[in-house]
Design a protein around this ligand. Structure first.
Ligand code: SAM
Length: 283
């Protein structure tokens, strides 16, 4: 029976299985196993967790996760060409790796995994942002995941951790920081990937908070931030007008000048405004 020591180097895996990178699938692979182990360690102690990995590709990060002791890994990969390479890893780690040939946007991971679940991914950036937005807005809170460790374009990573008043501050920062603690844990140059992308990348680690940083109804906060940042250069009295006919009174009622703009508002102010909107509508 083969073991982990028999797994070939990733360059060889790619050559053997003909895994030429496909641009349409955002394929920029990590082939340095020291680097993938380092990323896996950013996800925290994996020994007591199931891990959902999205987009394993040839399996560099998958190997890192298993070597770091993940209890079980569910790896969801859209490209069927990667399956034989991933099957070799599954053989080397009996009973610990399940591979699903599917689109990550279409699956329900909870039918395969047991909590606590940590999510780790080096994904194409468009899919990554879409999934992050979904993971930040589950039907219930706390969510099914305890942490997210995700590779993004550096600029997107900066938007997730941005503070009010900065250019990067927007809806993603508010939604990410409302119910999780988010920080950038690694930065990677293009040369870390094969083929190298045009942009720099960064790994963001988010841990789900038991309770939100400030109380608000999720649906209201999500709608409010969509309106406010949808027209981020406009004053709030204009951008939020569709949310309430007397929006100026609602704003001043919570101490926010109607002439302010979305990018200046703190998370606490967004929460206060969301609560005031709910009260104004119910009352
Ligand atoms: N994790 C590998 C690594 O670090 O070397 C591969 C990373 S590569 C940036 C992104 C991977 O996500 C590719 O293997 C690609 O086929 C896969 N992928 C792209 N879109 C996907 C989707 N919607 N669902 C699942 N996998 C997807």
């Amino acid at each position: 029976m083969s073991g982990i020591d028999d797994l070939p180097p990733l360059r060889q895996v790619i050559a053997t299985h003909g895994l030429s990178a496909r641009k349409a699938l955002g394929q920029n692979f990590l082939l340095d196993l020291n680097l993938t182990a380092k990323i896996a360690r950013q996800a925290g102690d994996l020994r007591q967790s199931d891990v959902l990995e999205i987009g394993p590709g040839p399996g560099g990060l998958t190997r890192g996760l298993l070597a770091e002791g993940a209890r079980r890994v569910l790896a969801v990969e859209k490209d069927a060409r990667c399956l034989p390479a991933l099957a070799e890893i599954a053989t080397a780690y009996p009973g610990r790796l399940e591979v699903l040939n599917a689109d990550a946007l279409e699956i329900d991971p909870l039918t395969h995994l047991a909590p606590p679940v940590r999510i780790v991914a080096n994904l194409p950036y468009n899919v990554g942002t879409e999934l992050l937005t979904r993971w930040l807005d589950p039907p219930d809170w706390p969510p099914f995941w305890t942490s997210l460790t995700l590779m993004f374009q550096k600029e997107v990573a900066q938007r997730i951790v941005a503070q009010p008043g900065s250019k990067a501050y927007g809806r993603l920062a508010v939604l990410a920081q409302w119910r999780s603690d988010a920080r950038i844990v690694m930065e990677l140059p293009p040369e870390a990937f094969t083929p190298p992308p045009k942009i720099r990348s960064a790994v963001v680690h988010l841990t789900a908070r038991e309770t939100p940083r400030c109380p608000a109804r999720a649906a209201t906060l999500f709608a409010l931030t969509a309106r406010a940042f949808g027209q981020r250069r406009k004053m709030l009295r204009a951008s939020l007008k569709p949310m309430h006919p007397a929006i100026e009174d609602v704003l001043t009622g919570v101490g926010i000048a109607p002439t302010r703009r979305a990018e200046e508002l703190s998370l606490e102010e967004f929460c206060a405004l969301a609560r005031a909107l709910d009260t104004a509508r119910d009352g």
